[in-house]
Structures are given as C-alpha cells and as structure tokens.
Design a protein around this ligand. Sequence first.
Ligand code: BYC
Ligand code: FE
Ligand code: FE
Length: 475
Amino acid sequence: MADINYTDKIPNNVNLSEDRTLQRALEHWQPNYLEWWNDMGPNGSGQHDVYLRTATSTEPDGWANFGHVKMPDYRWGIFLAQAQEQRKVGFGDEKGRDVWQEVPGEHRANLRRIIVTQGDTEPASVEQQRHLGTTAPSQYDLRNLFQINVEEGRHLWAMVYLLQKHFGRDGREEAEALLERRSGDADNPRILGAFNEETPDWLAFYMFTYFTDRDGKFQLAALAESAFDPLSRTTRFMLTEEAHHMFVGESGVSRVIARTCEVMKATGIEDPAELRKHGVIDLPTLQRYLNFHYSVTIDLFGADQSSNAAIFYSSGLKGRYEESKRDDDHILKGRSYKILEAKDGALVEKEVPMLNALNEVLRDDYIRDSGAGVGRWQRVIDKAGVDFKLSVPHKAFNRHIGTFANVRVSPAGQVLSEAEWAMNVDQWLATESDRAYVASLMGRVVETGKYANWIAPPPIGINKQAADFEYVRFN
Ligand code: BYC
Ligand code: FE
Ligand code: FE
C-alpha cells in the first residue's frame, strides 16, 4: 500500500490527485472545515504546540508519527485501510457476491443516511468538548483531549470523502450541512440524542470517551462489514484510532477512582459529604455519572425493533459486530431474537424476528463489552480495600429510544410509577449539585508533570514518554 503523501494539500492514500473533480470538491470544503474548527473546535488552543500522533500510513505496525504540532496545522487526511483482494459480501441477500466499489442505485438513499449519521457524530463530539481545554487536570490529559479532537475531525473527513466521491451533488450538500448543524442547537441540532448533551466537565469527558466512543467502535465495526467496500475500508482504519479514545476514558475513570480510594484510605472517611471536603469525587457521584452516560449511550443503537435495521442488513449495508466470526447463515431469515418489553408492570421477554432486532443485537454486544471495563474499575476499588460496588444499570433504565422510552425503570430493573421515579432519581442520575461540585474541582493545571488533586497520575506516559514530558507548550 502506498504511504500517505504529505506533500499533497490533503494527505491521502486514495490517489486524490487523479480525480480532479473530487479534489476540487474537497479543496472547496477544506476552508469551510477550517473555519468550523476555528469557531467550534478546542477553545483558545490555536497557538499551543501539542504532542500529537498523525497517521502516516495504514500499516498495522507504525502507522503514526508523534511530534509537537499546532492543531490548526494538523494534517487531516483521507486514509483507507488496505483493500482485501477478492472481498465478497459477507451477509444478507447478496452474500457471496463481489463487494461494491460504487453505490448501487437502489441503496443510495440508505447508504447516504448511514454515512451522514456516522459523520454527524464526529464534529458533534468536538463541539461538546470544546471548552474542556480550559480546565484540564494536566498537560497529559489536555494532550489526550486534543488528540481525540483532531481524530474526530479526521473521522468527519473520512465520511465527507465518501459523500463527495460517491454521492455527487447530494453528497456535497450533505458535506456542507455536516459543518452547519451544532450540538445542542435548538434549531439545527446534531442528529442523535447523546450528541446534543453537554460534556460539562472532565468526569463527563472520561465517561463519554469510555461509553460513547465505544458506540463508535461497535457502529464502525458493523459498517466495516459493509458490502460497500469504500465504507468498509474507511471505517476499518477509523477503528485503529478509536482504541486510544476508549483508553483515555477507561484510564481516566480509573485514575479518578484510584485517587478517591487513596484519600478514603488515608483519612478513613466514607461519607461522601465529608470526602468532598478533601476535594475528590465520591464514588456514589461517579456511579451517577456512569448511569447517565451508559443509558444515554445505549439509546444510540436505535429502537429495539427496527425495519431500517432489517433493510440495512439484508441489503448488505451494515453487518453485525464480528459478522464473520458468527456461526450461522448470515442471512437470518426465519430466525428470532429475545428482546425485553414492559408488560403489566414487569419486564418480560418477547421473541421477535432477528432481522428486525439487529439494533438490539448490536446493543447487547456493546453491553457485554462495556461491562468488562466497569469490572476493571471495580478491581481498583477492591484492591484499595474500599467497600463499594459499582454497577451497570439495567438496560431499560433511563431510556428515551425504543420500547422503554415511556416506562420508568430503576437501575436494578424494576418498573416504577412516575412518583417512585421522581422520589429516587436523584440517587440514580447526577444532580445539579453533583455537577456543581464536580465543576468546582475543575481548575487548569499547566505545569509539566503536575496533576489536579482529584485524579491520580497515569501509570505510563503517551508513547512511553517520561513523567516530566512537556506534552503541551502553551504559546
Ligand atoms: N437519537 O428505526 P430506528 C461515534 C431515530 S458513535 C435521535 O431504530 P435506525 C462517535 C432514527 O433516526 C457511532 N434519534 O433507527 C462516538 C429514526 O428516525 P426516523 C455513530 C434516533 O435507523 C463518540 C427513528 O429514531 N454511528 O462514531 O434503525 C465520538 C427510528 O429508529 C436515535 C452510527 O450511529 C437517537 N439515539 O437506527 C465521536 C452508525 N436512535 O427515520 C463519534 C449509523 C434512533 O423515524 N447509524 N433515532 O426519522 C445507524 O446505523 C442508525 O441510524 C442508528 C439508528 C443505529 C443510529
Ligand atoms: Fe470518531
Ligand atoms: Fe472516537
């Protein structure tokens, strides 16, 4: 595979210079993108030199370069994973046929919708996180935030490339609209719910990158199975970058827990209100943040029964997570899947056609995967000798999409009356006062090698850098 050509205006490994129309479309879009980045990207960061990795090839070993870069100079580019020779459609009605290099007319509207939905989340997350740089707990964390931001920007480029290359004028219009919607805007919001929520503080940021970037992992993995080969190759390379985003979330929460437990052991204090006087985040508050981000994120998988999902699968547009590792016919007609629904005050199982339940299948895969990290957080608590059990809420808790949208369910999975919900919700979801307390801890730490009081330092530096490495030079 050709290395990425960094002398091009737009670094790429897709032979951009041979497609003049596309090159012109992208060069027209690029200044609008930079304008969006300046308006909506990381606040006040334009002059900082940030220690970033930049993709320089798509080879599995050594695909990135590390070095100090000003973010507006980051080389956002278009990189597709290596083509797989003779790749065949792996599922659905066209299973076994050659994959598509162009968009089949009959699937154009659905593919466009999927690509736009995926693309919309990327700039949305940058918008949600734009103010966090002013309260970073360390240079290390600030650098991780910025790394994620530039890569989410690149993920937008990845989807815009597909739109402009394969969807003509419609694609160019969608590419512009992706720069016009705004997270949380009342008139022109981002498409999916979680991407219009705020990411008000760093605990929310770690929870978001653990839980919500993991939705990215599962959706991208499902799209990597697509019969539309350019989408498959694009998402496969995006997945390489995604791993670091989830690492930042998992290790971030882990470091918050480690610090809290350290103070709990040193002082012997267990009472959250007393603990707050020591400037750390009490574990019940952390659990309430977890409950919020988890429930908002599992909504992102869509309705538990969806005819869209059935069509996306049968027509080969979107597969399941690790499709090829599954031991079935990959067509799924006549198969069923058990979903839950609320009936007479209880949650009961119901068998439905599997094709219609594929959003739920992916959500269940996600639930298994995300629970593993929560188990690792628990081990930090256990090892410290602190008596507290973290838990993952029931999947029907605090849902706004699908069957449970109109039912109140406790984190333990009990169907509740509106009054019972109202009486207890403050124990389950972060309250205004929780958020105000966490916000009160957020203060910018800029000294090299120093960390805010509420979070432990990381066990190891980025790219194995030493503890006193200067990740960000503030200019
Ligand atoms: N909020 O039939 P359904 C990432 C709508 S994250 C608001 O279930 P479908 C990242 C739905 O549009 C990965 N609306 O829909 C992470 C539909 O509307 P209409 C993002 C919602 O199509 C961190 C209606 O409800 N990628 O990369 O089967 C940082 C009926 O629903 C929501 C993708 O999502 C919601 N949560 O499923 C940066 C992949 N959910 O038609 C980046 C592409 C549903 O009635 N998207 N609706 O007006 C898809 O595959 C599908 O569109 C969905 C929804 C799975 C999202
Ligand atoms: Fe992304
Ligand atoms: Fe991400």
